[in-house]
Design a binder for this molecule. Structure first.
Ligand code: HH2
Length: 279
């Protein structure tokens, strides 16, 4: 059975992104070839990734759904090889229970579900396999989610949703130690909503009794503050990931792994010194 404590124990974990898609928002088409995707995954592990997240469907704003057969065709060879060769747990980023089942059968051990079990078969598949799950908050569907999203209190509403999905996952037999939640930065949220979720991350962390994962990587709310080129977005991602971990996130999902690993190591040293100075 997969337990999140195996990757995010005392230290936070870094989840490296492997997008096997033609149209992902920041790296679409770069790793569509399975050999390129596997090589990229192995390079992320060499750079310090604790988990690899393999996805075959872009969920960027406006993206159209991909049929299950095509998603399986993209992810299965990559998941199978990385599960055998990478030496870290492999997660499959999918909303479809059939794709999750296929990936778990060839060696994935986590399902990263941006729809938090909306497919009625998803929780059963995950429970049956003893796999880990990421339950992410999304308002609406990727094709329409950025059409004027509104919340009265984004932190409270995202928290309510995640608590309810955790209960459903528990009722379906997914073990407590296998569950993890994610506020879903950029999924049916304005830049201000994303920043508020990060600023008040501790409130969300306090509401759930499982690890919180955050996925800020290269997202447009960062570009709005630091500028829209890839380098600026990676620099902004680094700052955001450090902030998130310092405010309770246990896992960060990112494209550029090496700099984040170094930054989190430094954060760890400084927190220890801080704790010793206070004691
Ligand atoms: N963000 C993306 C995809 N999957 N999963 C979780 N749990 N959290 C996230 O924030 C998250 C996610 C979007 O990023 P990316 O995979 O780079 O892009 P695309 O969906 O276009 O492939």
């Amino acid at each position: 059975m997969f337990a999140w404590s195996s990757v995010a124990g005392e230290r936070p974990a870094v989840m490296g992104i492997v997008n096997v898609t033609p149209d992902s928002f920041s790296d679409g088409g770069r790793y569509l070839d399975p050999d390129a995707a596997v090589a990229h995954g192995l390079a992320l592990v060499a750079a310090g990734a604790d988990v690899l997240d393999v996805g075959g469907e872009s969920t960027r704003p406006g993206a159209e759904p991909v049929p299950a057969a095509e998603e399986l065709r993209r992810v299965l060879p990559v998941v199978e090889r990385l599960a055998a060769e990478a030496g870290v747990p492999v997660s499959v980023d999918t909303r479809k229970a059939s794709v999750a089942a296929g990936a778990l059968a060839v060696g994935a051990s986590i399902v990263n579900d941006v729809a938090a079990g909306s497919d009625p078969d998803m929780f059963g598949v995950v429970a049956e396999a003893g796999a880990g799950i990421v339950l992410m908050h999304m308002r609406g569907e990727p094709s329409t989610m950025q059409e004027s999203p509104r919340y009265d209190d984004v932190v409270a509403e995202v928290g309510d949703y995640l608590v309810a999905r955790l209960e459903r996952a528990a009722a379906a037999g997914i073990a407590h130690s296998s569950r993890c939640v994610d506020p879903g930065l950029g999924f049916g949220k304005t830049a201000e909503h994303n920043l508020e979720l990060l600023a008040r991350l501790r409130e969300l962390v306090a509401r759930v009794d499982v690890p919180v994962l955050v996925g800020p990587s290269r997202k447009s709310f960062i570009g709005k503050i630091v500028g829209d080129d890839v380098v600026a977005r990676d620099d902004g991602t680094l700052a955001t990931a450090v902030w998130a971990v310092d405010h309770g996130a246990r896992i960060v999902r990112v494209h550029e792994v090496a700099a984040i690993v170094d930054a989190l190591r430094l954060l760890d040293v400084m927190r220890e010194l801080d704790a010793a100075a206070v004691a």
